[in-house]
Structure formats: C-alpha cells, structure tokens
Design a protein around this ligand. Structure first.
Ligand code: NAG
Ligand code: NAG
Ligand code: NAG
Ligand code: NAG
Length: 496
C-alpha cells in the first residue's frame, strides 16, 4: 500500500489517535486562528462569502481546492452550498429495484435500530460512518483491501454534495470485504434483533444490507474509470460493430482463480475437438498493469454477440460492465446479489445459465441466440438500456439517498459526532492526500454542484403477494430455459 494511502487515514491502525486532536484547547485555538485568518482572507482577497454571493453558484467555484503550502493543515472549503434549493420541481418514480430497499430493511421495521445492535455489527465492520448536520465523520476499525474503503467514503461525500443538508443524521456500520456475515436463520426465531451491517453484496440467506460498491467512483488498482465515464465508453463501444457482425460466440475474460465455479467454467473453452461456442480468456492483471491496461479497456469489449457473467468469491464488480454491453448476457446462476440486479429478469435482460453443466448450457444458449438473432439482440439491448438509464449515476445516488434515508428513520437514538472524530470532505483526508490514478478518478467523479432537482420518489414496498409473484416469474423463466435445454440435448442424443 502506498504512503499516500496510509496517510489518507492518518496512519493505519493507529488512526484514531493520530487523526485526533490531542485536546480540546488545541482545537479551539486552531479554530480561532483559522477563523481570524479566514476573515482576513475574505476581506482582503475579495473572496466572496456565501451569504453575500450574488447569482447562481458556478461549477468552477467548487472544484477541488488543495492547499500545497507546507505546514498548512488542509481544511474544508466553507463556501459549498449548505442548502438544497432545486429549481426543477419535477420528480419521477425511482426504478423498481428501489423497492428492495424496503426488503433489506425489513428486519428492523418493527423494533428499530438501537446502539446495541450497532455494537454487534461493529464486530464485523471496517468503518463506522456518522453523518451529523450534513457532515461525514469516520471511525475506522480495519483496513480494507485496495482502495475500496476510500472510494466508498468518497462516494458518500459526493452524495452529501449532491443533496446538501437533505440526509437526516445517521450512524452506520460498513464492511468492505466480500461475503455477507449475518445469517437470516440465526435471528429469525430469536428475540435478538439482527445487527445492521452495510456491504457491497448479500445473499438470500443473509441480512446484510447492500450498498453500491466503490467502483462507481473508480477502481484505481485496475484502472477502471468512474462509472459515469465508463457508461459513455461502452455506449460508444456498442456502436462500433453491428450486433449481427459480431463474433457469434460467448465471451468471458477474467480471473478464474478466485473461485472453483470459475475454474470449472474453463473447461468450456472451445477447442478443435469440442466446440462449446465459448471463448474464455484469463485476465492477467499484473501484465496488464505493466502495459498500462491498454488491453482491458471496457469500451472495447463488446465484440461478441454473447458475454458471460459469472460470480467470483462473491458477487463480481464485472457484472454491470457486462450487462452494459449490448451483447446478450449469459448469466451463470449466482448466489450473491448486489443492489440493482434484483430488478433484472431472465429472458428479458439476460439468458440464465446453469451453474452445474455450464458447458452444455452455454452451448445451447449460443445456438439458440444464433437461431433467433433478433430475440437475442433484443435481450442484450434491453439490459444495456436498463444499465444506461436505471443505473446511471443519478439513480445510484438516489438509491444511496433513499437507502440511507429509510435506514435513518429506523434509528432509535440520536446520532452524535464520535469523540475525536474528524469531519471528512473531498479535500480533507481525501483527494488532497492522494496522487496519480486515485486523484484523477476523484477529480473526475466529484460532484461539482448540488442537484437541480429532488431525488426520485421511492416506490412503496412490495406486498408479499406481488413480491412472491415477481420472484416466481423469474424462477419460471429460468425453468423454462432449462426445459428447452434438456429437450435439445435429449433430441441430440436420440439423433445419434
Ligand atoms: C481459449 O481458447 C482460445 C482460442 O483457442 C485461446 O486463445 C485461449 O487462451 C483459451 N483460454 C483458456 C483459458 O485456455
Ligand atoms: C438451431 O437451428 C438448427 C437448424 O434449424 C437446429 O438443428 C438446432 O436444433 C437449433 N438449435 C437451437 C438451440 O435452437
Ligand atoms: C504527490 O506527488 C508529488 C510529486 O511527486 C509530491 O510532492 C506530493 O507530496 C505527493 N502528494 C501526496 C499527497 O502524496
Ligand atoms: C410459474 O409456473 C407454475 C407452474 O408451471 C405456474 O403454476 C405459475 O402460475 C407460474 N407463475 C408465474 C408467476 O408465472
């Protein structure tokens, strides 16, 4: 881990102490000195004070302001709008996958969320995130791999800039590792209320609350740009080759060594003896990193008619990039879900693939698609549209907003600023402390101005009958494909 990164959290495991001012007096004097200093600057340098600022704020006013002078403590600029005054009154209903926010919080609907529950969640948490009066405070318990935690915090800071002062005060525990940890059955029949823990994915057997992953703001270690830019690249990439002119094979590129299911997939690579209609490539991150990631440009990976999604150790970040391409996604049955995939439906947005017998399942899917090119193309395009529209950054922020807002309603205590915690802002302990790719991604993904409209309106919860029907419909479509597949292979063996 580089030095800048460690510095970002004021020095690894000791961060609480080192991030903290040693005593109150020092804080007070620091604040006093700074205020006096700031007033002088305001008056003599002609920098506008927010309340006498005339006209609409401009983007340029709120670009990153890192102070490079030695011995100057980076501060948070004070001129960023502290209120949300949208001029565009239009609101629309959020995409239907937002309904799962209610499902994810259901376990606490009756009893609410107490300090004690958060204390339980802390055992598995990496970060405690506290929002009080629109400011974010952090307590760090563990170090995440790579920059997951940094970019997650960055994302929440941007949400606070998009909708200033709109989020209620809250306190939450966040885990930056992969797999959900709080099993449903352990709490179903007990009097203990489950610990609420946010993370990037969950599964049907767990209570962990899903939240957008760090890569929406960029994945520095793999040079994957912020989502907003990637969406544009993929949109352009989709246009490069007509669907019917693409390679009529299923394509996958990734790291097979993270999970047995992926290693098992490797058997399906097409060879001269056995053509499973599938082409698989191993992503060598080290080699690609040395070559500046030229070969892994996501905008250039839409050259086949079909793309395979397969989870890894848990859900895979690759999912949204694969679905964004207008190839038909061949979705290998997964155990884990992220926040948006539950709104997507087999045969409408993707083609379901068995997790056992992957090769026969893939071969059938590709052959079906090549026999029904219009239908296969339509499935690919429906998914691509879903990702481009329902999962654009506006909706990602609105999802975060509603999830946090609904969560905060359940708190049975008043969140307070943790003792010794510092407020983070894009400048302080964030973008001004890093260099290179991290800095570039932060600059690119920074929210420059508050939103000019309100968040979309969250749809009401599913009633249990409608939800069951929705899940049954998905199950039925998957079963339908399996029946077609079995009939196909049966007729093949009969024909021989
Ligand atoms: C799969 O086959 C292709 C084409 O023959 C080859 O280039 C590729 O390296 C193979 N992939 C694996 C994982 O063996
Ligand atoms: C595709 O079409 C060919 C030729 O009509 C047929 O033999 C084959 O069974 C079809 N395969 C699928 C999966 O529909
Ligand atoms: C960023 O890089 C410059 C030049 O290499 C260096 O002077 C500076 O200290 C670095 N900043 C951080 C925050 O690491
Ligand atoms: C799913 O399939 C079952 C059995 O084929 C059928 O009874 C049921 O109505 C279907 N449900 C939906 C939602 O399509």
């Amino acid at each position: 881990m580089n030095k800048a990164y460690l510095k970002l959290f004021c020095g690894g495991s000791n961060q609480h102490k080192r991030c903290t001012f040693s005593n109150k007096a020092k804080v007070t004097s620091l604040v006093a000195t700074f205020s006096a200093f700031a007033i002088w600057i305001y008056i003599f340098a002609g920098i506008s004070i927010p309340f006498i600022q005339i006209g609409k704020p401009q983007q340029e006013d709120f670009l990153l302001k890192c102070i490079k002078e030695k011995n100057f403590k980076q501060t948070c600029p004070r001129n960023y709008p502290s209120k949300h005054n949208p001029t565009n009154p239009n609101t629309h209903i959020c995409p239907s996958y937002f309904k799962f926010i209610h499902e994810d919080l259901k376990a606490w609907r009756e009893k609410g969320i107490t300090k004690k529950m958060l204390k339980e969640a802390k055992k598995k948490a990496y970060l405690k995130i506290v929002i009080v009066k629109g400011k974010l405070y952090l307590e760090k318990y563990r170090k995440s791999i790579q920059t997951r935690d940094v970019f997650t915090l960055w994302g929440i800071l941007q949400l606070l800039r998009l909708y200033p002062a709109k989020l209620p005060d809250l306190e939450l525990m966040f885990a930056c590792d992969d797999k959900p940890v709080f099993p449903l059955d352990k709490f179903e029949d007990s009097n203990d209320s489950p610990p609420p823990l946010f993370r990037y994915c969950s599964d049907e057997l767990s209570l962990d609350i899903v939240f957008p992953d760090w890569s929406f703001w960029g994945w520095a270690e793999t040079n994957i740009k912020p989502w907003k830019d990637i969406l544009k690249d993929i949109k352009e990439g989709n246009k490069k080759t007509m669907w019917k002119d693409r390679v009529p094979y299923a394509y996958w590129k990734g790291n097979p060594y993270v999970a047995p299911t992926r290693q098992n997939l490797m058997q399906c690579n097409a060879t001269l003896e056995k053509d499973w209609n599938t082409l698989l490539y191993i992503q060598d991150w080290i080699q690609e990193s040395n070559q500046g990631f030229k070969k892994s440009s996501l905008g250039e990976q839409c050259t086949h008619r079909y793309k395979i999604y397969i989870e890894g150790w848990a859900w895979s970040v690759s999912e949204k990039y694969i679905l964004a391409c207008d190839a038909m996604t061949l979705y290998v049955k997964s155990n884990f879900y992220d926040f948006f995939i539950r709104g997507m439906v087999p045969l409408q947005h993707y083609w379901p693939i068995r997790d056992h017998n992957k090769c026969t399942s893939l071969k059938f899917a590709v052959e079906w698609g090549n026999n029904h090119t219009n239908k296969a193309q339509a499935i690919g395009e429906t998914a691509s549209k879903f990702i481009q529209e329902d999962l654009d950054m506006d909706n990602v922020y609105d999802y975060m907003f509603h999830l946090l807002n609904e969560y905060a309603k359940l708190l049975r205590f008043k969140p307070t600023i943790p003792r010794g915690a510092v407020a983070l802002c894009p400048e302080k302990l964030m973008a001004c402390n890093v260099n290179g790719t991290q800095k570039r991604f932060m600059e690119e993904s920074m929210v420059k101005l508050p939103s000019d409209s309100n968040p979309c309106t969250i749809p009401p919860p599913y009633d249990s009958l409608t939800l069951q029907e929705f899940l049954d419909r998905k199950e039925n479509s998957t079963r339908q494909v399996e029946i077609w597949e079995d009939e196909y292979w049966l007729s093949k063996t009969k024909g021989q």
